[in-house]
Design a protein around this ligand. Structure first.
Ligand code: 5AD
Length: 354
């Protein structure tokens, strides 16, 4: 497919990325098609060295609270898409959410992430109240929202209410690919506009994509890299695609773990300070996903802090993990696991440092 790559060429690419330079389309394509085991291991080692330099061996933790699995959208890949009648729907109340935060705070979490489908019943007013309540009770904590596309006014109000960060994966930066993943009612332009707005409003903003989503080519992933270079997000959420039952993509193959790891390393090299989680999707596909993600350059883990009764219902994809090292109440054993590979949990807020 692609020619083998000289070690000296590879070294020059890693050096260029380290200076904040883009490799451009052609060389990114060649880098992403790297398949030599030793070279892949070397790139990951270089990425880990950058993460060590920027963050040491501390891993930031974020308590993930899945506030609703109702969603008005019909994304073809997503297990909680509107048309999936097999989902037992739920939405958390303000009290439920405050309970999660209290438990999370006691466990040592200093970032809470409110994530949900685009649920019209959890409207802007309601969310502003919840944000204000959390920030009043836990002024030392960072609050991250991940509740999809909303109006500019809504984002502004969330910011004023005290939200610090916002995750909105762009999913794919290729407009044609975007239309293969989403129904016509959803717009690529609007998603891009939302991301620019969030950044302009001063949110620490997270974008990101799935690796191996149906129809994705390496060229699409290069589009993602070039898009991320233009956006300069503070956080990048990226994990493998995993088919979800009862969705149009139920029978599609999952994304590749090695390619996900290579991309994590490329992101770490190009964006040394970016907040980069080892995602639940990665651990779902590979029992060693957390360790491998960290060793490739990730520096964040997002344990699940949702009430145990709803966790299985927030099924974005098949067999999504929510126990063991993905469970907030088990951070003790997570820390032990991290210690065994030379990492430890950092209990700091873990804001982006410009
Ligand atoms: N496989 C992997 N990731 C998925 N997401 C949604 N569905 C899937 C799936 N089937 C991701 C999307 C979304 C995030 C919350 O979860 O990227 O932005």
């Amino acid at each position: 497919m692609y020619d083998p790559i000289n070690d000296s060429v590879l070294e020059a690419w890693v050096a260029a990325l380290g200076k904040g330079q883009s490799l451009g389309r052609t060389d990114y394509l060649r880098l992403l098609s790297l398949s030599d085991r030793d070279q892949l291991a070397w790139v990951m080692g270089q990425a880990r060295a950058v993460a060590d330099r920027e963050f040491g061996r501390g891993v930031y933790i974020r308590g993930l609270i899945e506030i609703s699995n109702h969603c008005k959208n019909g994304c073809y890949y997503c297990g909680i898409r509107n048309a999936n009648v097999c989902v037992e729907r739920y939405r958390l109340s303000e009290e439920d959410i405050m309970d999660c935060c209290r438990q999370g705070y006691e466990l040592g979490f200093r970032t809470f992430v409110l994530q949900g489908g685009e649920d019209p019943f959890q409207d802007d007013d309601w969310l502003c109240e919840v944000i204000a309540m959390i920030k009043e009770k836990y002024p030392d904590c960072a609050l991250t929202l991940s509740v999809g596309e909303r109006s500019e006014q809504a984002y502004e109000r969330f910011r004023q209410a005290g939200a610090d960060r916002y995750l909105l994966r762009h999913e794919t930066a290729n407009a044609v690919h975007y239309s293969m993943l989403h129904p016509e009612s959803m717009s690529f332009e609007n998603r891009m506009r939302c991301l620019r707005t969030l950044k302009a409003l001063g949110f620490q903003t997270g974008a990101g994509m799935m690796v191996g989503s149906p129809g994705q080519t390496l060229e699409c992933l290069v589009d993602d890299l070039l898009f991320l270079e233009a956006l300069e997000p503070q956080m990048i959420g990226m994990g493998p695609f995993i088919p979800a039952p009862n969705t149009p993509f139920a029978n599609e193959p999952a994304g590749s773990v090695p390619l996900t790891l290579l991309l994590l390393s490329v992101l770490r090299l190009r964006f040394p300070r970016v907040l980069l989680p080892a995602t639940t999707a990665l651990s779902t596909l590979d029992p060693q996903g957390q360790e491998k993600g960290l060793m490739a350059g990730a520096n964040v883990i997002m344990p699940n802090l949702s009430p145990l009764t709803v966790r299985r219902k927030y099924a974005l994809y098949a067999d999504k993990k929510y126990l063991g090292n993905e469970a907030a109440e088990q951070i003790g054993s997570l820390d032990e696991k991290l210690e065994r590979i030379g990492f430890h949990i950092s209990y700091e807020r873990g804001d982006f440092k410009p």
